[in-house]
Design a protein around this ligand. Structure first.
Ligand code: FAD
Length: 312
């Protein structure tokens, strides 16, 4: 409490560089500090939100009325052929560690920003690999029961950009991975190739929260709607949201200082001093246009903070 800061601008903690101030802000360096902070918010009847790297967030211009807890629980160690990692560790740090150890399964996720906790929450992935592939167990704090628990991956209910952590008040503290051995030089090469691809798509100066909408799972669609989608556009059973948005004419659409990228229609970028309000208007317009053209309701992948759900 005494170490909580007040009125901290959240735009400094998001890759989009948008977001008003947090009423309270606290950096937790240990699991004890993090869980104590959550318990205090309950005592004081204020809301809280744990954030990692802020790379998947759209935070309202009004900021956050409550406590933002920045997760700085960091560390990786080997434990009986498994890798144990604290949830605030940068995902890239974990990936680099696995490459050095000569274990495979995360190297193609090279370049995804954020923390291990954020990646597990949203089951992040790229180029055919996802964080849950070789995850063995996750330890978390259940803020409803005030208890720490450990679940195996089955209980975490991972799906496409989805997990049980998204639907319950469960704060990820640490995770254990067990990955198959591989040739470290091959892993290094694959990581470098991935990074080159990503740098072309996401130059380091780009202010964005990653792809805004989730891709669409083809088998979830009504056959009459699916018939409108050219089959060659369906990859790994998914229709890229970028294809739907581009076909609906969204490329380069702009509201205020927020623009749909000319290179990739599922990337909404802050050109300078963009606002969450403008971002939200553009996202809503995009969702509506795809609905009008295809009858498909795109769902955001990015987490909206202190903003209403998009509605069409
Ligand atoms: C340039 C760029 C490229 C990207 N490319 C990809 C990509 O290829 N694939 C992909 O999947 N994503 C991608 N993303 C999105 C983003 O990087 C991932 O979703 C990332 O895993 C989010 O982690 P974070 O720590 O930044 O989470 P944050 O943005 O800080 O938080 C996201 C959500 O996770 C919750 N959360 C964070 N930590 C915890 C925790 N410890 N316990 C419980 N909940 C928690 C937060 O409350 C919030 O709801 C990209 C983003 C950018 C900016």
């Amino acid at each position: 409490m005494s170490n909580w800061q007040k009125n901290i601008p959240l735009k400094n903690f998001t890759t989009l560089q948008i977001g008003g101030s947090a009423q309270y802000f606290f950096v937790a360096k240990t699991a004890q500090e993090l869980t104590n902070a959550i318990r205090s918010t309950k005592d004081q009847k204020i809301s809280f939100l744990v954030v990692g790297g802020g790379s998947n967030l759209l935070i309202a211009d009004e900021g956050y009325p409550g406590l933002i807890i920045k997760n700085a629980l960091s560390g990786i160690k080997n434990q009986q052929k498994k890798i144990l990692v604290q949830s605030g560790t940068a995902l890239q740090e974990l990936i680099d560690f696995t490459i050095k150890q000569g274990v495979a399964g995360l190297q193609k996720m090279t370049g995804i920003p954020g923390t291990v906790g954020g990646a597990i929450y949203g089951n992040a992935g790229a180029y055919g690999q996802t964080i849950s592939d070789y995850l063995v167990e996750v330890t978390f704090f259940n803020s409803k029961t005030n208890k720490q628990e450990t679940w195996d991956t089955k209980r975490c209910k991972f799906g496409y950009r989805d997990s049980a952590f998204k639907h319950q008040s469960l704060i990820i503290l640490e995770a254990v991975f067990q990955l198959p051995t591989a040739d470290a030089s091959i892993l290094k090469k694959e990581a470098a190739e991935t990074l080159a691809l990503r740098l072309a798509k996401y130059p380091p100066t780009l202010k964005c929260p990653g792809s805004f909408f989730k891709n669409v799972i083809a088998q979830d669609l009504d056959p009459t709607i699916l018939r409108k989608i050219p089959s060659e556009k369906i990859t790994f059973g998914k229709i890229p949201a970028g294809f739907l948005l581009e076909t609906a004419g969204l490329k380069e659409a702009q509201v205020g200082q927020i623009q749909v990228s000319p290179n990739h229609a599922n990337l909404f970028i802050n050109l300078g001093n963009g606002s969450a309000f403008d971002f939200y208007q553009l996202a809503q317009l995009a969702q509506q246009k795809v609905w009008d053209k295809f009858g498909i309701k795109l769902e955001p992948e990015v987490q909206l903070v202190n903003l209403p759900a998009l509605r069409i």
